[in-house]
Design a protein around this ligand. Structure first.
Ligand SMILES: [Zn+2]
Length: 225
């Protein structure tokens, strides 16, 4: 009869709320998955809980739900923001809502928006560097050098400073990250990246975000992204 939802707000961060109502009640249609809008909440002080009383919907996804891959990608966006968005509500909210909108219009390009979303989130989280030199030993990278990863420092490093051989960043993918670093999400999404490079870069970025999340992400572990 009732639905439990998690909202992500610019000002309040994560808010758990209940949508009351039976199936025939129009309230059951409030807050569909991956939508955003303006919600009116009722706070019940007795059991310290919120319920949604009104919604003015600004975006309801239609394209995402048509594609299984896009649905998993949107689930990944939400999971990772709920884990990592605690300190930067405004910036993460903006990134999440814009990423969902791009995904909804381009569900078949789910892998590309996953890459651009993840790279922007890493920047918002303060983990991004310009990838021109190793942050551990300060050695300047060669143009075609492959980078590895330090799980201790949570950043790409040179081969000598790496503590895992599971993650690596090829030079073509590194150039893509450097090139799109100053761009907006929308601009970065329009930059072409070969399919084979996309797969390798996705694997690297998902490894990076998992290291940062300090615990497995369900959507990443599912192997469906
Ligand atoms: Zn190094």
């Amino acid at each position: 009869m009732h639905r439990s939802v998690t909202l992500f707000s610019r000002t309040m961060g994560l808010v758990n709320a209940v949508v009351f109502g039976g199936r025939k009640d129009k309230k059951a249609a409030l807050a569909p998955l991956f939508s955003y809008g303006t919600f009116q909440l009722y706070y019940n002080p007795v059991n310290d809980s919120y319920s949604i009383t009104e919604e003015e919907s600004a975006f309801t996804p239609l394209g995402i739900m048509q594609s299984l891959e896009a649905t998993y990608t949107a689930s990944y966006f939400c999971e990772v923001c709920s884990r990592l968005g605690a300190d930067e509500h405004e910036a993460v909210f903006s990134l999440l809502s814009r990423s969902l909108a791009i995904l909804d219009s381009n569900p078949s390009r789910h892998r590309k928006i996953l890459i651009d979303f993840t790279w922007k989130l890493i920047q918002i989280s303060g983990l991004a560097t310009d990838l021109s030199s190793c942050p551990a030993c300060e050695k300047r990278y060669e143009e075609n050098e492959t980078l590895f990863f330090s799980t201790q420092m949570n950043t790409p490093v040179c081969r000598n400073c790496a503590d895992t051989d599971r993650l690596f960043l090829m030079s073509g993918s590194r150039r893509y990250l450097q090139y799109t670093l100053p761009m907006s999400l929308e601009q970065a999404f329009e930059v072409q990246l070969y399919e084979s490079n996309q797969i390798r870069l996705r694997d690297f970025l998902l490894g990076w975000i998992t290291a940062f999340a300090q615990g497995p992400l369900k959507t990443v572990q599912s192997g469906l992204l």
